[in-house]
Every structure is written in C-alpha cells, then in structure tokens.
Design a protein around this ligand. Sequence first.
Ligand code: PLP
Length: 457
Amino acid sequence: MHGAKVGEFREVPGPESKKFLDRAGKSLAKTTVSSDVIIDGGERIRLFDVDGNEYLAFDAGVSVANLGYGSSQNNVWKAIEETYKKGAPLYIGTDRFNPEAIEAAELLKKITPIRNRDSRVFLASAGTLATETAMKAVLKEKFRREKGEISPESVIFLHCTGSFHGRSHGALVLMDKRKKERWEGYNLPYESVNLPFPAAKKLEAINEFISQIENIPEQMIKYIGGFFIEIVQGEGGMYPIDKDALKFLDAWCVKYNVPLIVDEIQTGFCRTGSFWAYEQYGITPDIVLFGKAGGGGILPVCGTIIREDLSFKALGEHSATFGFDPIFATAVQETILEMLDLDLDTHSLQMGNYFMHQLEKEFGLKPWIKEIRGLGLMIGIEFCHPETKKPFSQLRDIFWRECEKYGLLTLPAGINSANPSMRFEPPLILGEIDVDIAMEILRIAAKYCDEFLDQEL
Ligand code: PLP
C-alpha cells in the first residue's frame, strides 16, 4: 500500500481508517480519542496509519514515546529479552521481591533528589495509581501523627487551576474543575482547594498564588494532606511554572510540614531539559510521581518516589499486582540508562529551544496566536480570535486537522473556553531536520487558518 509521505496531502480518515473507525465506535469505550488517524506502525519519530500514510509523531503519545518508536527502542527491548532469556519470570507480583525491582528502585533513588534524601520507590502500572499512592502515603502518615484527631472527611488537598493528576477517584479530587464531564457526579473522597497556577511571566497569577498561600489560616494547615503540582502543566495548556513561586511554595511546605508532591508523569524522563523538570528549579520535593515514558514506550511503568519517613510502614497498607515485576523493572532501568547515555536531557533542551525559536520567528506576530510557551520539548501554542482576542478553539481544531492532513500529529491542550492550545511533545531523539519538516507543515496549516479567517471575518 502506498500512502502519502510526511508533507504530502492525504484524506483523513483514509478508506481503511474509516472501516476501523466504524468498528471502533461499536467495540471500544468512548475515551478522549478524537483523532481519525488509526495507527498501524512506527519507526523512530514517524508513525504509519492503516492506509499506509506516514506521519511525524509530534505528540509521542502524550510524552510516552520519548525514545521514539521501533528501532530507537531496541535497547529497551533487548534488555527485556535478556531478562527473559536469563530465565526470570516476567511477572511475579508484589508478594516476593526480585533483583530487577531492587536494582530499578536503587537507580531511581540515585537520580531523584528528595527532601532529606532517603526515599522509597513504589512501582505501578498507571500514572493515576502513582497519584493515589502518594495520597495514601501522606494520609497514612498524617493519621498516624495526629493520632485520630483528623478524620479522612476533614482532609484537604491543595492543587492548581489547570491541574491534571489522573482519573481515578482520588486523583479526580485534584482535577481542574472546569471540565465538568471529568469529575461531576462522582462522590470524591477528599476536599480540595485549587489555587491559581503561577505560570512563568503571568504576574497576576503568581501574586495571587503567593498571596493565597500566605493567607492560609494556620488552623487549616493540619488538615492539608499535601500540595500536588506540575512543573509544566501539560493538559492545562503547556505552562511552565514560575521559578520564584515554586521556591516560595517549597519553603512554605517545609515551614508547615506540608508534603510537596511533584507530578513528573508528563514532564519527567528528560522531556523538559533535565531528567526531572524540577531539577531546573532549585527545589527538592517530598514525593515525585512518574509514568508515561517510564517504560521506554513499551511497557506501562509508573511509580511514586516517596520521602522515606512518609512511606508505608505496615505490611499491606498498600500494594498492587503489577509494577514490581522483573519485566517492568528492566524496562524502567534500561530506559533511564539509555536516556542518560544519549544525553537526552541536554538534547531536548537544545531541540526545544530551536523549535521554539522557529515558532516565534514564524508565528509570533500572527494576530490569532495569543502565546507560544513551553520548556524543553513541551511546547504549546494558544489560539485566540484575531480581533477580540477571545479564546478560539474552533481555529485551533482547524489548525490541528490541517496538520494531520499533511502528516503532522499533534494534540490539543487547555480549556476550550479559556486557553485553547495545541501541544507539541515529539520524541526526544528528533533532530533539527525534523523540526524543519514540521515547520513546513505548520506553515501550510497557518496559511489555511489565514484563508479561513479572511472568509469568515
Ligand atoms: N499526571 C499527569 C501530569 C498526566 O499528564 C497524566 C496523564 O495524562 C496523569 C497524571 C495520569 O496518568 P495515567 O493516564 O497513566 O493514569
């Protein structure tokens, strides 16, 4: 089958994709999938659909395929194969330890600075479980410390507007409340307070964030379970946090003994220019969450790295069937080693700066682009009406679909009624040439948007 190459026009969905979409509608549960591209293969930073069309994967499955696809994942595959050949059972469960899990935990501890240094690693198989693990750990410790004075009903978690930490019941407590379909109607287990996210350069939000924290009454503090924060909000619209605001939060958490839980599920594994994004901000969290790229884009390896004294104490307080197995542990260990070996942290910063520079040069003055922002290879473009400057999600969607028609895969982010954005999170192994090719497609999509606006306005 000969489909279109990257940069060439193709119908989306193509004839084969249409057939699969029809079957998907009758067999798969509705989730967030809104793209009509049905993926059938991948190699490095390219994906192929069932019609044989080629795409540049500038979303990397929302930061899962940081190492890319196919041959660029070979070393992780090989390590898994060696574990298998050595005779290790691939799955053991959590009731017996194995050397691979211990080695992976030791490596994760070594590369993850945690307040007061020592930590314990819990391995899981979904980001939302990493979040639940952190919530349970801080609450167990709190209930132990307060000796029955605090009940689960009185616990409050702090988080920010625009936040996303998962979709299970506990994690939904921390969900940005503007997308009601995500959380409304469920009985959420804890109270939460969301503060404005102190995005870099957003002075009003930064000041408001600091003032709201300063004004938290002392008598409320003992009810706070922890503060969950993303260093770059992904789902919320690709906003890097302000450095001073994060340092302020860190110091406040230390002063009042409130656990600072940094969610690196999307930002971790070299995505933003350091292994963990928080390493660029001069803070040390109490708990770090990771996921997505943790299994090299091959296995769903996620986890929670917990300050030792906050970690679980009694047998059975927490556990999971999958996560600590030799196969998961091998995948995470090899993924880390491969990323460090390839210097993907430095590379993603360089590539991110190059991409950002091109975007600003090309689109910085477009009246329908409100902002271009990001850190490393986590970059977003926000769309607005060219005259009123109001959010313009329809234009973002036109732009997105046009990119797909010429072979560039990206994803939306942000809230349609507030900050409709397009996000770029390509595999970290890309080169300048790939950015240049993506830019050609973005120019086509931008021209189409200009023409659309000429007709409509
Ligand atoms: N936290 C962040 C920052 C995320 O981006 C996501 C997923 O998009 C999650 C948590 C939840 O991860 P999962 O979908 O693996 O449960």
